[in-house]
Design a protein. Structure first.
Length: 433
């Protein structure tokens, strides 16, 4: 059985430097922006949930895989995007959420996690067993990681077969994976994965799959995650340098169904993204970069609101976000160090965007709704729009964008997605931003 992603991979392997953006976000406005972009471009849209966002117990979003699927499908329906053009992926599936447990207990939960994702209709599954559990000897060996990935594969294939969907799933493997959501500490040194290490990962996974009698599934492995030399921390972006990955770029030349998948590509410039796709990183993952743009737009609207709305009626969105992050510091305190002023700046503006964990908070959601409602009831003066959202101002002046707060937010997020599309579609690369 085929998968919509097969066309992208096949074209890339035939020498066309095409790719696809993997959107890792659960924020409804980000999802809406992604659906509108895909509808207008006539593209597939690949939406992924990570195992810390969405799991069988709810994750930090409170959603199980079926809930996330419904959220994504509802966004597609609202945007007029056919559901068959939506591909759902599960990212970093593995024991990450249960690292404090003994390995066998953690992997038993992973079995449930994988089955839940497949049952919910996710067809792109990242088998990520790079995280050690409580009773593991560290560092984990390639053999242990591959054996656990093969266990996950067996669960996924068994679940798909029971649903009449045998052969539909596509897998991503790779043990040299960046930390989900960007580096936790300041980046001092970053080396691309070596070609030998990547080949060892391939060999160990191929052997582990065969030991479980699943060697026939190997052609369903569509991507290998390796470190191309891109990352970001709170204040810095490490840009892709193709000269540092020359040998690595050739590792998949003999794998007819596989490309590389690049994680943590957020904040790369469009020319760097183009270089990644040309060098066979055909899957470009972006997450914090999208909610970073979302925050930029919402905070810009909050500044406009301050100019237009009487103080008692304002949403005070930036202040509410700050209050809730201080009241519930679990998602940022161990990441943002330094003096109080440094921490405050990081909470608001860090590339790592730990703020993204707080958008589901009911008080923040209420403030966001109030902000958008306040401005929807008023005409935003063009000079104010020029001050705070200059790119959107230009489009409003050109008559291609409505001067409505939701449309302004969606367009700011789409600015990021437009850059990724220029990288992923060769015919788009000469177009201006």
């Amino acid at each position: 059985m085929s998968n919509p992603l097969d066309t992208v991979i096949a074209l890339h392997k035939r020498g066309r430097s095409v790719g696809i953006t993997s959107i890792c976000s659960a924020h409804p406005l980000v999802l809406q922006a992604a659906m509108v972009q895909a509808r207008e471009d006539g593209d597939l849209v690949l939406i992924e949930a990570t195992s810390n966002q969405v799991d069988q117990d709810g994750g930090y979003t409170g959603m199980r895989p079926a809930d996330f699927r419904d959220l994504v499908h509802e966004a597609a329906d609202r945007a007029g995007l056919p559901r068959e053009r939506v591909v759902l992926g599960g990212d970093h599936l593995g024991p990450n959420r249960w690292r404090s447990l003994p390995a066998e207990e953690a992997m038993a939960r992973v079995d449930v996690l994988v089955a839940a994702y497949v049952e919910a209709g996710f067809t792109k599954i990242h088998l990520d067993c790079s995280y050690p559990c409580a009773d593991d000897r560290t560092p984990l060996t390639d053999e242990v990681m591959a054996a656990r990935a093969a266990r996950m594969l067996a669960v996924a294939e068994r679940t798909a077969a029971a649903m009449g969907r045998a052969g539909e799933l596509r897998y991503v493997i790779g043990t040299e994976v960046p930390v989900p959501g960007g580096a936790e500490e300041t980046i001092e040194q970053l080396r691309p994965t070596t070609a030998d290490s990547a080949r060892r990962t391939l060999d160990q996974h191929r052997r582990a799959f065969a030991e479980r009698g699943l060697d026939h599934v190997w052609p369903q492995v569509m991507a290998l995650v390796v470190q191309p030399g891109v990352e970001f921390d709170h204040l810095r972006v490490v840009d892709y340098d193709r000269e540092r990955s020359k040998e690595l770029q050739q590792v998949l030349d003999d794998e007819p169904t596989m490309v590389f998948e690049a994680h943590s590509t957020d904040y790369q410039t469009v020319p760097r993204l183009v270089a990644l796709v040309e060098d066979h990183w055909a899957v470009l993952k972006v997450g914090p970069g999208l909610t970073f743009a979302l925050r930029e737009a919402l905070f810009a609207l909050a500044a406009i609101e301050t100019e237009l709305v009487p103080e008692p009626d304002r949403s005070r969105l930036p202040e509410v976000v700050e209050q809730r992050m201080l009241a519930e510091p679990g998602h940022w305190a161990k990441y943002y160090t330094g003096a109080d002023a440094e921490q405050r700046l990081a909470r608001r503006y860090s590339y790592s965007d730990r703020m993204r964990y707080y958008w589901p908070d009911p008080q923040i959601q209420a403030a966001e709704r109030r902000l958008l409602e306040n401005l929807a009831e008023r005409d935003i003066p063009l000079p104010l729009l020029s001050q705070y959202l200059p790119d959107q101002y230009q489009r409003v002046r050109a008559g291609v964008l409505d001067n409505h707060p939701v449309e302004l937010v969606l367009d700011r997020v789409r600015d990021v997605l437009r850059g990724y599309r220029r990288a992923a579609v060769p015919s788009e690369r000469g177009r201006a931003a």
